[in-house]
Design a protein around this ligand. Sequence first.
Ligand SMILES: [Zn+2]
Length: 242
Amino acid sequence: MQLTADQRTRLEELIELTAKSRALRHEHENPIEGPKLQELIERHKALSAEKAAAAEVIAGFESETAELTAAIDKQAAQIAKKTTELNDGTGLTSRDLVHLQEEIAAHEAKVAEFEDTELATMERLESAQAEMAGIDTRIAEVTEQGRTTQTAIKERKAALAEDMDELGSQESQLKADLPPELVRRFEGNVAEGGPGAAIIAGPHCQACGQEISGATWHQWLSEDPNEVHTCEECEAVLLRRA
Ligand SMILES: [Zn+2]
C-alpha cells in the first residue's frame, strides 16, 4: 500500500492528534486536582473523628458538672434543714446544739470543696468547647476547599471532554481521507495502547521499540518512502521518514 503525498501529511497529522487525544483522555481519567481532593476527603474524615472525640469529652465534663451541682444542692438542703433546727432549738441540749453546728460546718466545707471541683471542671469544659469550635471551623474550611476543588475538577473535565470531541471529529475527517485498511490497523494499534502509526528514521519501530531486521530494512529503503509497512511486533502502521 502506497500513500499519496497528501495522505502522508494526513497520516502525520493523525498521529499528532491521536497523541493529543490520549494525553487529554489521561488527564480526564486522572484529574490533576484528584489527589488534592482525596487529601481533603481524608482530612475531613480525620476532623470528623476528632469532633466525635471532643464531643465525648464535653459530654463527660457536662455530666460531671451536673453531678456536682446536684451534690451541692443536697448539701445546701442539709444546711437549711439543720440551720432551722438550730434556730428553733426546741428540746435540744447545748451538746446537741454544738453537734448541729459542727454538722453544718461539715456540710459547708463539703459545699466549698464541691464548688472548687465544679469550677475546675467548668474551666476544662470551656476549653473543650473552644477546641470543638476550632474543629468546627477547620471542618468548614476543608468542606469549602473540597467543594471548590470538586467544582474545578468538574469544569476541567467538561473542558477536556469538549476538546476530545473536537479532536475526535478532526481525526474522523483525516481518517476519511486515508485507506480503510490503514485506518483499521491504525485503530487496532491505538486500541492496544499504541500511537497507531509511527514515522521511522531507522530500523526500529517507534511505537514499540522492536528492531526491524537488516534485510527488511534494506528492502524498505529501496522502496518509495510513502510505502506503508506494519510492525511485526505491535502491528503499528510504519512509514519511513521521507
Ligand atoms: Zn512496533
